[in-house]
Design a protein around this ligand. Structure first.
Ligand code: OFO
Length: 178
């Protein structure tokens, strides 16, 4: 059974995960608007992953006897000056999220809630990957600079990314065809 404090902290983090999804969807729409379909696709996959992060936390709250609460989602930024500016924000954002996840793990430790601390290890590991991939993409976009042909090549390469549900995660536990 989750403590009230733990439930509140998990609901707040689920809200931040949903905001991350919203932010990346906004970036995807921005890339659509400048006709960079590969980057738009990469961001849409990223938005999907963040939605999974949200739902995994939502499911955990419910299965641990807590009450999931839908807090207001902040409106993300609408436009960026360049792909580089957008990917710089991705990198900054992921580092900030890592800090939030670590703080959340700290709440679980303070509450002596081993089950939640263990559940959060998946997010800690995921953040290592997210920081790594945002760093990799930022470097590619930086290297392309203002060179249109190089940017188009990055656009094609990043457009190859495919969405995959994490192993064992069921987005639709009540049934339904994906
Ligand atoms: Fe949920 O990992 Fe990015 O923000």
């Amino acid at each position: 059974m989750l403590s009230e404090k733990m439930t509140e902290a998990l609901n707040e983090q689920a809200n931040r995960e949903l905001y991350s999804s919203y932010l990346y969807l906004s970036m995807s729409a921005y890339f659509e608007s400048i006709n960079m379909k590969g980057l738009a696709s990469w961001m849409r996959v990223q938005a999907g992953e963040e939605l999974v992060h949200t739902m995994k936390m939502y499911d955990y709250v419910i299965s641990s006897g807590g009450r999931a609460r839908m807090l207001a989602v902040e409106e993300p930024r609408f436009a960026w000056g360049s792909p580089l500016e957008a990917f710089q924000q991705v990198w900054d954002h992921e580092r900030a999220v890592t800090g939030l996840i670590k703080a959340l793990a700290g709440v679980a430790e303070a509450e002596k809630d081993q089950a939640t601390r263990s559940f959060l290890q998946w997010y800690i590991d995921e953040q290592v990957e997210e920081e790594e991939s945002s760093d990799m993409v930022l470097n590619k976009v930086k290297a392309a600079g203002q060179n249109e042909a190089a940017l188009q090549a990055v656009d094609r390469e990043l457009g190859q990314r495919k969405f995959k549900f994490p192993r064992g995660f069921n987005m639709f536990p009540y049934g339904g065809t994906p």
